[in-house]
Every structure is written in C-alpha cells, then in structure tokens.
Design a binder for this molecule. Structure first.
Ligand code: AHM
Ligand code: MG
Length: 335
C-alpha cells in the first residue's frame, strides 16, 4: 500500500511526459525538460501570488501601457520575466513571445541549439489580481522550423496545428497545471509540501454537452445579432446556467471538467473580440480538441486560423462539441 501511494506521488510532470512517449528519444527528453521548466515558472508565480497582499511591490499598476494599449500590472511584468529567467541557459527555447512584449524575446545563448519557441500569456485575467480571485498562465510550444528567424517573428504566423504542446496553470484554491503533448489532456496539482506538481486527472474528456454558458453579457448590445439569438435561446430553455469569472483560464477549466461553452465574440468596439490567437485561444483550442471538444471562431476551427500578426485577436467559442455547434448554427442562420 505504501508503494501505491508513493507511485502516485512520484508521477510528476517531467516523468509523465516520458511515460507518454514510452521511449527516451531526444524529443521526449526535450519535452520533459520543457515541462519541468514551465512547472518551475508556475511555482514561482504561485509563490508570489500567495503572499501578494502582504508585499509592498506585488499588486497594482506599473504606470506603463502594453502593445495592446492595456494598463500593465506589476504581476504581469513579474510573471513575464519569470518565464524569461526560467528559460535562460536552458538550451531549449531560443525565443519567447508573450502578451506583454511587442516583439518576441530572443535568448542568443540558446540559439541555434534551442529548437523551440514558447508562446505565453504570463497572467491571464489580470483584472482579478487586485481582488484575490483566480488568475492563470497560458502557454504553447512550437518547433522552430527556420533557423534564420527575423526579430518580428513572421514565422510564427502559422495555424495552431503546429503546436507540439500546450497548457495552462490555474492559480486557484490549489495551483493546477493542465497540459497536452498531443496524447490526451492531463491535470496536475501542486503539492506545496513537496514543491511538485503531482498527477491528479489523466485523459480528461469534456462532456459532449454541459449546462454552463460563460460569456460577458455586459457586451450584449455590442454583439452581432446571431450571438444575441443564442443567448436568448439559453434564456428561454431549461438546463442552462451562467458562470463568468473574468479569467479565461478559470472559466475554461470549469468547462473542461463539467461541459458547456465559453464565448468571447466580437463586439462593436473590438470586432475580433478580446482574446489573442497565438497565446490564448490556440493553446486552449489544442487542449479542448485533445479532450474531445471543439474551438471555433464562429465559422472556422480555431486551430486552422492563421494570424496576420503576433498579437492578432480572434472571436472564441470553445467547449463541448454540441454547445459549440449550437452557437455556430445561430451564426450560420444570420449569414
Ligand atoms: P488579460 O490577459 O489582459 O487578463 O485579458 C484576458 C481576459 C480573459 O482572461 C477573460 O476571459 C477576458 O479577458 C475578460 O474580459 P472582459 O472583462 O471584457 O469580460
Ligand atoms: Mg494577460
């Protein structure tokens, strides 16, 4: 019986990656090392968040504005730097692209041996920071095809089908890390006494239909009529319930486990919606497809969308297959 408990505690993230490959190939070793670095980043961010209210310099704004014109928070800057520091001298990642940096960040000492690019949103749901509600980090790993990459990252303007791994960290009552390397979706929970992410849910499958719809209804009059049609439909039918927490990672996590749909449609002010394709929508689309669900921009699978710039936005409809299809059917009717 001790053996069983110990086997469970020893199923850490890096080991789980190796288990899925069932060989010790160079790619398996790379992905295992990449995931344990991401786990370190998650632990550093979780540690700071846990005590943020007791620190003088953890919460609030920096006074700067980022490329997207959004006010930058101190935690955004800290978390962005965590990923950079963690991947320096890794020999793994040659370049990082994030929501907080106009251009991708190159790590010259890792090039050209570092054959991967990390795309990430260091703090997703930043508006939750100052009120101590859940936030997250989102990441994706892509193989670097061309060694002669330009500084603006033109080669990153490809569809999400090129992602070789993706996942997110949820900083909630527990810190969890959910990831996929293309062989199912698996969840790990941080055991603070061990300082390790330990496997908690393997091969997660999203229900085909679920009760939850998750959308900012404050934008109702800014949406297209087709989205209003869908919301009127759920208002008139039994069995639906609204949940919206203001952090995509938390809202997505609930749907992954319980089923339903998350939407961030285009609005009058933001016709492409709010969420960024490369480091928010595409990684979660990779996960939901691996879990048997779907992600759409209304007319096309998110994983097929090719961005025209690193910070491109896209409407997002993501979750259970039946619920995503229902939203799409309302969109088709108005076309
Ligand atoms: P952020 O990465 O700057 O925090 O923005 C993304 C967040 C998502 O987590 C969340 O789903 C959405 O923005 C909420 O936006 P809104 O306040 O418009 O509902
Ligand atoms: Mg963010």
């Amino acid at each position: 019986s001790h053996k069983l408990a110990l086997d469970r505690d020893c199923m850490t993230l890096s080991r789980h990656v190796l288990k899925q490959f069932q060989d010790f190939s160079p790619e398996a070793q790379d992905l295992s090392a990449l995931m344990s670095r991401i786990a370190l980043a998650a632990k550093l961010i979780a540690r700071r968040l846990t005590r943020a209210g007791l620190m003088d310099d953890a919460l609030g704004f920096t006074g700067q504005t980022n490329v997207q014109g959004e006010a930058v928070k101190k935690m955004d800057v800290y978390a962005n730097q965590v990923f950079i520091s963690v991947f320096e001298q890794s020999g793994l990642v040659c370049r990082l692209a994030s929501e907080e940096m106009e251009k991708p960040y190159h790590i010259p000492e890792n090039c050209p041996i570092g054959r991967y690019t990390l795309l990430y949103d260091p703090i997703d749901g930043s508006s939750n920071l100052d009120v101590n509600i859940n936030v997250g980090s989102i990441f994706a790993i892509r193989r670097q095809s061309d060694p002669d990459i330009d500084e603006t990252g033109q080669d990153l303007l490809q569809s999400g089908r090129g992602q070789i791994a993706a996942g997110y960290v949820l900083y909630g009552p527990s810190t969890m890390l959910i990831y996929s390397i293309g062989t199912g979706v698996h969840a790990f929970t941080l055991d603070p006494t061990l300082g390790e992410f330990v496997l908690s849910n393997e091969n997660i499958r999203v229900p085909e239909h679920g009760p939850i719809y998750s959308v900012n209804e404050g934008n109702f009059w800014q949406w297209d009529e087709s989205i209003r049609d869908y919301i009127r439909y759920v208002h008139r039918h039994e069995g639906y319930t609204a949940r919206y927490g203001g952090a995509l990672v938390g809202d997505f996590h609930r749907i992954l486990f319980q089923g339903g749909v998350f939407l961030y449609p285009g609005t009058v002010k933001k016709p492409e919606g709010k969420l960024r394709l490369l480091y928010e929508s595409a990684p979660l689309a990779f996960l939901i497809e691996q879990a048997g669900g779907r992600a759409s921009n209304g007319t096309q699978d998110i994983l097929d969308v090719v961005p025209d710039q690193v910070h491109a936005r896209t409407p997002l409809i993501i979750g259970s297959t039946e619920d995503v299809a229902l939203v799409e059917s309302f969109i088709r009717e108005r076309q």
